[in-house]
Design a protein around this ligand. Structure first.
Ligand SMILES: *[C@@H]1O[C@H](CO)[C@@H](O)[C@H](O)[C@H]1NC(C)=O
Ligand SMILES: *[C@@H]1O[C@H](CO)[C@@H](O)[C@H](O)[C@H]1NC(C)=O
Ligand SMILES: *[C@@H]1O[C@H](CO)[C@@H](O)[C@H](O)[C@H]1NC(C)=O
Ligand SMILES: *[C@@H]1O[C@H](CO)[C@@H](O)[C@H](O)[C@H]1NC(C)=O
Ligand SMILES: *[C@@H]1O[C@H](CO)[C@@H](O)[C@H](O)[C@H]1NC(C)=O
Ligand SMILES: *[C@@H]1O[C@H](CO)[C@@H](O)[C@H](O)[C@H]1NC(C)=O
Ligand SMILES: *[C@@H]1O[C@H](CO)[C@@H](O)[C@H](O)[C@H]1NC(C)=O
Length: 438
């Protein structure tokens, strides 16, 4: 119904002077797929513009899209292998093709190795340039679409979609590379190199991604959440862990300097050397949207759950006999009081560069509601990441929901709000209602 309208809109926008597009902030809805725990972002691609659902991957270097199904666009083009753009993409390959010419088939075409972060499968495919559009925003509401005519991403084959949520046709990369979605948005509009993520746990009421803006961020309240962030440096991991390695390039994932975990203010006893990233890129703490729950290296997991169980017993909470996979520590839902920040359980603090800088995790982010053999339970939503985990702590999606996270790529720091439920709002409260976009 609305595609012809989009075409009309496209021509309207293209005729606007470029100056009107400077320092523009864009925005996109992020939905949770409940069967996989994956987060998806909805963008517009191609000409005419088509709504496209992509897996949100905070750690990926470049976006990719299945070019073999339904690729129809008047705007795409390949990148010649000798182009400087190909070199700056760190391409390791140049492709020729003897099939029907198309987005996935061309000669002398700069090629990339797109990866599926869930299955850790990779393929070789053409880099491609096409139109991208997202709604603009003033931080409170949704405005008309902003266009990036020359958005750079990679094709992929259909098999790379295996393991991804229904309806997903590729991946949106938010990593710290020059070709991630946020950096291309900031470059195209000369906007500040910032983005912010507010994940919702609901499949029907989406959260929001703000691009090219350091604020304001309004989520149905008078409070600008950019004013209440606490900052911690983003740490560079010198060695990436992609399936296809790019000559020991640094990781494009976001690492933070977590120094301690506290439960009800008491520190978990752990081996501190696990919390630093070593010269091989092992150890440390990263933030990942492709893991539904936080992973803790085995010794940290054991010490953490033991301390939590002990602190919970101080609240007269006794764990039920068996956990509900993938969780081990669960409490009968009837035994747990509810608060406006979720089930009333011991607080968990992720302490950063000093004692005063901590991300507080309340019940809504530490506990997961599950139905088990022993009825409805709240389970401690952290998972054993294994004794040989490359990264000791991977902060996962559930722990980020209803928290605003701002990635300041200029000053290389992370701003976090802790639970915005405390402020009487949630990530699903962004006002997407507007008659201006479509
Ligand atoms: C291709 O597009 C058609 C029409 O929009 C749609 O019905 C079909 O499901 C799409 N196929 C795939 C594999 O996305
Ligand atoms: C790339 O190669 C084409 C022909 O193969 C040539 O015309 C063009 O000048 C080359 N560009 C650069 C930047 O070397
Ligand atoms: C690539 O070049 C070869 C040899 O010239 C040709 O046979 C083939 O059709 C070309 N492929 C495309 C997609 O144009
Ligand atoms: C702490 O962890 C480091 C890195 O894994 C390991 O080499 C060291 O033996 C550990 N120390 C103790 C006391 O377990
Ligand atoms: C725990 O239960 C005991 C005995 O029923 C009671 O005396 C105590 O006040 C309770 N403590 C809390 C924190 O509810
Ligand atoms: C904003 O909050 C009010 C009151 O809490 C609620 O009734 C309304 O539905 C919310 N609006 C949106 C767009 O979420
Ligand atoms: C959402 O935005 C629209 C358009 O700007 C506005 O008319 C509407 O009142 C807003 N809704 C809420 C709940 O603030």
């Amino acid at each position: 119904m609305f595609l012809p309208f989009l075409v009309f809109f496209l021509s309207l926008i293209s005729s606007l002077p470029v100056s009107l597009q400077s320092e523009t902030a864009l925005q996109a809805p992020i939905s949770k797929d409940l069967s996989t725990g994956q987060y998806t972002v909805q963008i517009y691609l191609k000409n005419p513009l088509q709504p496209t659902k992509l897996l949100l991957d905070l750690g990926a270097s470049f976006s990719w899209l299945d070019c073999y199904q339904n690729y129809s666009s008047t705007a795409y083009h390949h990148i010649p292998c000798n182009a400087s753009l190909c070199a700056s993409l760190s391409s390791l390959a140049c492709s020729n093709c003897y099939d029907t010419p198309g987005p996935a088939c061309g000669n002398d075409t700069c090629s990339l190795f797109p990866e599926n972060p869930i299955t850790r499968k990779a393929t070789i495919a053409n880099a491609i340039v096409d139109t991208l559009a997202l709604p603009t925003t003033d931080g409170s509401t949704q405005g008309p679409l902003g266009l990036i005519p020359e958005y750079v991403f990679s094709c992929s084959t259909t098999f790379l979609l295996q393991g991804l949520a229904n309806g997903v046709t590729g991946l949106a990369a938010l990593g710290r590379s020059d070709y991630s979605l946020p950096v291309q948005v900031s470059t195209a509009f000369s906007s500040p190199r910032y983005f912010a993520l507010c994940l919702s746990g609901s499949s029907t009421n989406p959260g929001v991604l703000f691009l090219g803006t350091s604020g304001p961020y309004h989520l149905n309240s008078t409070t600008d959440l950019s004013k209440s962030l606490i900052y911690t440096p983003l740490i560079l991991n010198p060695i990436g862990s992609t399936v296809i390695t790019y000559g020991h390039k640094p990781s494009d994932e976001y690492f933070v300097g977590l120094t301690a975990i506290k439960v009800n203010g008491k520190p978990v006893q752990l081996n501190a050397s696990l919390l630093t990233v070593d010269e091989n890129g092992a150890g440390g703490t990263k933030i990942s949207t492709v893991h539904p729950y936080t992973l803790l290296e085995t010794s940290i997991y054991k010490a953490f759950t033991a301390l939590f169980v002990s602190e919970a017993s101080g609240l007269n909470l006794t764990a039920v006999k068996s956990g509900v996979k993938p969780f081990e520590v669960c409490y009968a839902a009837n035994d747990v009081i509810s608060t406006r920040v979720g089930p009333g359980v011991p607080t968990v603090d992720m302490v950063m560069q000093n004692e005063d800088v901590f991300w507080r995790v309340f019940g809504s982010n530490s506990m997961v509601r599950m139905g088990g053999e022993e009825g409805e339970v709240w389970c401690l939503g952290f998972v054993d990441g294994g004794a040989n985990a490359r990264t000791s702590i991977v902060i996962g999606g559930h722990q980020m929901e209803d928290n605003l996270l701002q990635f300041d790529l200029q000053s290389k720091r992370l701003g976090f709000s802790s639970s915005i439920l405390v402020r009487g709002t949630s990530c699903s409260n962004f006002n997407f209602t507007s008659n201006k976009v479509l």
